[in-house]
Design a protein around this ligand. Structure first.
Ligand code: CUA
Length: 340
């Protein structure tokens, strides 16, 4: 009776602690709630089992420990207890079957297709994410940032250019591996405005830790505006100008913006942009004396020339696709200017 009382109290405390901890990041999609509830239910079921096992083990170690003079003795012969064995097989079996059924129902719910679904193609590349928005009529928008309209169901069609990665937005809970040769899918309905980290959750090489991007959940109007901006001819993009070639200062300003939005600072140090990454070379010193053509080559084909002391194949090779022409020109102008 004492053990049962201790077990009950310990379970209650354990469950209270488990439920009071906020285990997950922001709750930003329709899929989050059922998954978080499932997790809570699993905690409520597993804490008492842990307490039961730990209590019995600790009690047995203490109560049935070997005493001096018992070194050579065998334990009492035990012939089994059919009723007890039926009980301890049946209860876990019932629990497992019910929890599996519940988990299956949750999976079915979060994976089901919803009306008015938008498709975004996600491509994993060592070491970057590329998001493609099919627009119909063969047109598409390619970006290295993920923009999504709030409350619109999205189906991600996930592929890879090389190895196995894993596409994961923790705030959306859903995650899927990118697998060479096949297309995998996940569905998400973002429900909360904000920006959330996109990460790679499968060790995929030297740059795995920096294979990150950002998911922006914006209003439908802001999303349409963003999509239109991505399609706009370079001169109209960036909001400035009004025809004619952009001036050097304008280009450099666009470039500085691109430096931030493309995430260059995650890996490179550049004082002017407030960046202090150390995965790749320090751009403030390395680009000194380089021509604009050399800088451009380093951005679009990073493996063409590798700086001493840094490994190849870490910098994403797809900036020529994910940056617009104007962003790329701007980035070259900006980097050439600040490294003079
Ligand atoms: Cu891609 Cu880890």
């Amino acid at each position: 009776m004492q053990m049962v009382a201790i077990g009950l109290i310990a379970s209650a405390i354990g469950i209270a602690i488990a439920l009071s901890i906020h285990w997950f990041p922001a709750d930003a999609a329709k899929q989050d709630h059922p998954i978080d509830t499932l997790y809570d239910v699993l905690m409520i079921c597993s804490v008492p089992i842990f307490v039961l096992v730990a209590t019995v083990v600790l009690y047995s170690v203490w109560a049935f420990r070997m005493r001096p003079g018992q070194e050579d003795q065998d334990g009492p012969p035990i012939h089994g207890n059919t009723r007890l064995e039926v009980i301890w097989t049946a209860i876990p079996a019932i629990m497992l079957v019910s929890l599996c059924s519940y988990a299956y129902a949750v999976l079915h719910d979060v994976e089901k297709s919803r009306k008015n679904e938008m498709v975004v193609n996600v491509r994993g590349i060592q070491f970057a994410w590329q998001f493609t928005y099919p627009l119909g009529g063969g047109k598409q928008v390619v970006s290295n940032q993920l923009y999504l309209p709030k409350d619109r169901p999205v189906r991600f069609e996930v592929t890879t250019a090389d190895v196995i990665h894993s596409f994961w937005v923790p705030a959306f809970r859903m995650k899927t591996d990118t697998v060479p040769g096949i297309t995998t899918q996940i569905r998400v309905t973002p429900t909360k405005l904000g920006s959330y980290p996109v990460v790679c959750a499968e060790l995929c090489g030297l740059g795995h830790a920096v294979m990150r991007s950002t998911a922006y959940v914006v209003t439908p109007a802001a999303f349409s505006a963003w999509l239109a901006r991505q399609q706009a001819p370079p001169a109209a993009a960036g909001g400035g100008g009004g025809g004619g070639a952009p001036s050097g200062a304008q280009l450099a300003a666009v470039g500085k913006q691109a430096f931030t939005s493309a995430g260059c600072g995650g890996c490179h140090t550049l004082a002017d942009a407030g960046a202090s990454g150390t995965v790749g070379p320090n751009l403030g010193t390395m680009l000194k004396g380089q021509s604009q053509d050399e800088i451009r080559q380093s951005i679009v084909s990073p493996n063409a020339k590798i700086t001493k002391g840094f490994p190849a194949n870490v910098m994403p090779p797809n900036f020529a696709q994910t940056l617009s022409k104007q962003q790329l020109d701007g980035l070259v102008a900006y980097l050439s200017q600040v490294s003079k």
